[in-house]
Write a protein that binds this ligand. Structure first.
Ligand code: SF4
Length: 417
């Protein structure tokens, strides 16, 4: 709730949606006009409006939202770079509201930022919280970190989606910090204004909530230039490599050139790049399972520079009978699409290292899972390990990047080539 007094306007009454009052009087004494019903009634084609406003500045889009919806619109603030939204709202000179979802799992730095933002803008953020009973049921049944085991869906639904849904049911419009460049492939379509495709507003039903995305066309660099120039308080986690900031257990810093959303729920992304040990079974209609069959083997002996390890050789290597050469081995399953996808890169790597001090090999591990699991750190297909010479050590390749350059760089590092 904004305490700064902005320009007030009189909201005309609409026959379609009578407003009980023209202004909302907050406990602080701030007056925030209610929805400008006339403006809403005369602009029912939000798609056309989005096209008209596509080239407008974030400030103009923000102003449109606040002018049109008054106290029935609120900014969703996550505690990250979407603080830019608050700065734009501040610059309009209009009163505005800000809400935030406190999931109970945010970083301490985020709570500190909330406090700084409240003081900087002289506002009170409207915090929403999950239902205590639902959180208790979840953590008592499944523990505090169940999302690492069975995905973030259930926890997010309880701690984020339901409180958000409840908050939005009190509004007619909301303002988000979504941008097109945030996650290539999933956020490329972010209109500057749209009928919310997911949530409902106070009137209920499809089309009852309008979503503004004023930062849609900005790049991350532009947002940061703006924040710097305006000297806006920012989350100190940004100094530690975080870009997208959510709950503490589900957010991590990203490396240069990584998409910022790659720092969220990364373990689920990783799982999508590998086959679980049990995915070799196909479930049949009668409920029974059968072993999945591959159409062909990978790196077939004829014409491949990749050596094929026998069961006996693998056991000897695991026991330390390795001789003077190191062995790079891929533990694979021929039916695994991720193993199939790395076939060319691994073949090229074998050709590059041929005749040197590292033998590049393969072992079909789906028919010897238990042993590979226990002795060679097999967890998913493919698993790549380096077995140093004269040693019992097993060094597991830690990345999901399986291009030839990255693999070669890693082997040369661990093998000291
Ligand atoms: Fe739970 Fe993680 Fe979702 Fe936060 S981001 S609500 S901790 S699963």
């Amino acid at each position: 709730m904004q305490l700064t007094q902005g320009r007030a306007f009189t909201a005309p009454r609409s026959a379609a949606r009578p407003a009980a009052r023209s202004v909302v009087v907050r406990a602080s004494g701030a007056h925030i006009p209610r929805v400008n019903a006339a403006a809403v009634a005369t602009t029912p084609d939000w798609e056309a409006l989005a096209k008209d406003m596509e080239l407008k500045s974030p400030l103009e889009i923000m102003d449109h939202a606040l002018k049109t919806f008054g106290s029935d619109v609120a900014i969703a603030f996550s505690g990250a770079e979407d603080v830019a939204l608050i700065e734009y709202a501040h610059l309009t000179g209009r009163p505005y509201r800000v809400f935030s979802l406190d999931t109970g799992r945010l970083n301490p730095e985020t709570y500190r930022l909330f406090d700084q933002v409240e003081k900087h803008y002289k506002i009170r953020i409207e915090y929403t919280f999950p239902e205590a009973q639902e959180v208790m049921d979840l953590v008592r049944n499944k523990g505090l970190f169940s999302f690492y085991e069975d995905g973030h869906g259930e926890c997010c639904r309880i701690r984020k989606v339901k409180p958000l849904r409840k908050q939005l049911k009190t509004l007619r419009s909301w303002i988000t910090g979504q941008r097109k460049d945030q996650s290539p492939g999933t956020r490329t379509e972010v209109p500057v204004v749209q009928v919310d495709p997911v949530f409902e507003g106070v009137d209920g039903g499809a089309g009852s909530l309008i979503k503004y995305n004023p930062l849609s066309n900005m790049t991350s660099a532009e947002v940061w230039n703006f924040l710097r120039v305006m000297n806006v308080p920012v989350n100190s986690l940004h100094n530690c490599g975080y870009i997208s900031i959510g709950c503490e257990p589900c957010t991590r810093p990203v490396l240069p050139n990584q998409a910022e959303r790659e720092g969220r729920w990364w373990w689920e992304d990783a799982a999508a790049k590998e086959c679980g040990l049990h995915s070799g079974n196909i479930k049949k209609a009668d409920g029974t399972t059968e072993e999945r069959k591959a159409e062909r083997d990978l790196w077939p002996a004829e014409g491949s520079a990749v050596a094929t390890l026998s069961k006996e050789e693998v056991r000897a290597l695991a026991d330390g009978a390795r001789g003077a050469k190191g062995t790079l081995a891929v533990l694979y399953a021929p039916w695994c699409p991720f193993c199939q996808r790395m076939e060319a890169a691994y073949e090229e790597l074998a050709a590059q290292l041929a005749g040197g001090n590292v033998r590049v090999a393969k072992y079909q591990a789906d028919i010897d899972r238990e042993f590979c699991n226990e002795k060679l750190q097999l967890k998913t297909f493919p698993t790549i390990v380096y077995l140093p010479p004269n040693s019992t050590q097993v060094i597991k390749y830690p990345s999901e990047r399986r291009d030839v350059d990255t693999l070669a760089m890693w082997v040369k590092t661990v093998a000291g080539l």
